[in-house]
Design a protein around this ligand. Structure first.
Ligand SMILES: NC(=O)c1ccc[n+]([C@@H]2O[C@H](COP(=O)([O-])OP(=O)(O)OC[C@H]3O[C@@H](n4cnc5c(N)ncnc54)[C@H](OP(=O)(O)O)[C@@H]3O)[C@@H](O)[C@H]2O)c1
Length: 262
């Protein structure tokens, strides 16, 4: 299906790996020109080359930390008037004991996963409303909606971000500008691999065995972790021309772990 967004311009923050990379690729396959950011220069440049050579769109890599003023200025200078803004980051650390989360961890996570997307939204949303077209998507976490001690550092800031985007969605819907969120559960990404490989090393098991234990412990009905390609496709759906009447929404992608009627 043609999503009707060929020729649009997008900023994807956190796009050199995982779900951000897959969102960038999905948008590029629809003909969207990209500015992609990440802190690690070599990786973001390589991903930009790969996406550009596969899809033929323009992909500008920006090595920058999007949680800093300097990093944000660098990214916005490369694309001052985006049609599409997608925000993601590396998952915040797990917190088996909430008592061990100190203020430094809270402030750092708030900067990266809540204030950074809010500041980007503030920087681009007026331009979108003036141009009467805009799509903003945050890749957040299922823990924002279904709290879990282990993921409180990830869930709580994103619950606030989702609340914020919902409030803004009402204000700008009349200008064909939408704000939506994707809330993933467990997916195979670099973060998950690092965490579970460490457990496998400590337990004398394998990554696959640790995934199986996790699936059992958290009773994931799909019986597996997700594939970040699927998140990229859902982000792209939210960014499509045809999603203009869908705003302030948050989609859970967690293999059926948390189900509610509405
Ligand atoms: N993986 C899961 O199972 C899972 C589950 C629930 C929710 N989520 C959420 O899904 C989102 C994506 O997770 P993921 O697993 O795809 O992450 P990932 O594989 O670690 O990729 C994160 C990307 O963001 C970049 N990044 C991180 N911090 C950045 C910063 N401050 N400035 C610029 N770029 C930055 C990373 O590159 P650099 O390191 O080079 O900067 C990388 O390109 C996160 O919001 C996470 O909380 C993930």
């Amino acid at each position: 299906m043609d999503m009707g967004i060929a020729g649009r311009k997008a900023i994807i923050n956190g796009a050199s790996a995982g779900m951000g990379k897959q969102a960038a690729l999905a948008l590029a396959r629809e003909g969207v020109n990209l500015v992609i950011s990440a802190r690690g220069q070599a990786r973001v440049e390589q991903v930009a080359r790969d996406i550009a050579s596969e899809t033929g769109v323009e992909v500008i890599p920006v090595a920058a930390d999007h949680s800093t003023d300097e990093g944000r200025a660098k990214i916005l200078a490369a694309c001052p008037a985006p049609d599409i803004l997608v925000a993601t980051c590396s998952p915040p650390p797990m917190s088996p004991d909430f008592r061990e989360i100190d203020d430094a961890a809270w402030y750092s996570t708030l900067e990266i996963s809540m204030l950074s997307p809010i500041r980007f939204i503030r920087a681009v949303i007026d331009g979108m409303t003036e141009r009467r077209w805009g799509r903003i998507v945050n890749i957040a976490t299922v823990a924002a909606k279904y709290p879990l001690e282990l993921r409180v550092l990830s869930g709580a800031p994103r619950a606030a971000l989702i609340n914020y985007t919902g409030a803004l969605a009402r204000s700008v819907a009349q200008y064909n500008v939408t704000l939506n969120n994707v809330m993933p559960g467990m997916f195979h990404t670099a973060f998950t691999e690092t965490q579970l490989n460490e457990r496998a090393k400590n337990n004398g098991t394998t990554y696959e065995e640790e995934v199986r234990k996790f699936v059992e412990a958290f009773r994931i009905p799909a019986g597996r972790f997700g594939d970040s390609v699927d998140v990229g496709a859902v982000v792209c759906m939210f960014c499509s021309e045809y999603a203009g009447y869908m705003t302030g929404q948050s989609i859970v992608m967690d293999g059926g772990t948390n189900i509610s009627t509405f």
